[in-house]
Design a protein around this ligand. Structure first.
Ligand SMILES: [Zn+2]
Length: 128
């Protein structure tokens, strides 16, 4: 059984944080998925260069929406863990993730060490 480093007050704080972020993400996603960009309305009258820009913008928008969807799923999963009583435990090694890391990344699934080795393995740099 994993050792819990979080107090119930800390879990309550993080739960609040997760719920706030979830609300915010839902609003953001809603805006992204139902965007009515005024520049797109007039884009048909523009040059090819502007079309390229519009494509990039759409890609960025989709990428953002995808990223936010994943974040929303992560947060939902984290909130489920809170109710299951297993929140704050690293999925990889079973150690406590730590309050400081969870404050920065409330939906973190892994401790910093496991996150780093996972990112090194996949060759990904999150940049955060
Ligand atoms: Zn770990």
């Amino acid at each position: 059984m994993a050792q819990f480093a979080l107090t119930s007050a800390q879990i309550e704080d993080l739960k609040q944080l997760l719920q706030d972020r979830k609300r915010l993400l839902k609003v953001t996603l809603n805006a992204e998925l139902h965007v009515e960009d005024p520049t797109h309305a007039s884009i048909t009258a523009r040059s090819d260069a502007d079309w390229t820009t519009a494509d990039v913008d759409a890609d960025t928008l989709i990428a953002n929406a995808e990223r936010h969807s994943v974040a929303l799923l992560d947060i939902t999963a984290a909130l489920e863990k809170v109710s299951d009583g297993c929140y704050g435990v690293c999925e990889a090694c079973g150690e406590a993730i730590g309050y400081a890391r969870l404050l920065a990344y409330p939906s973190a699934r892994r401790c910093l060490a496991c996150q780093r080795s996972a990112e090194t393995r996949s060759g990904m740099k999150s940049g955060s």
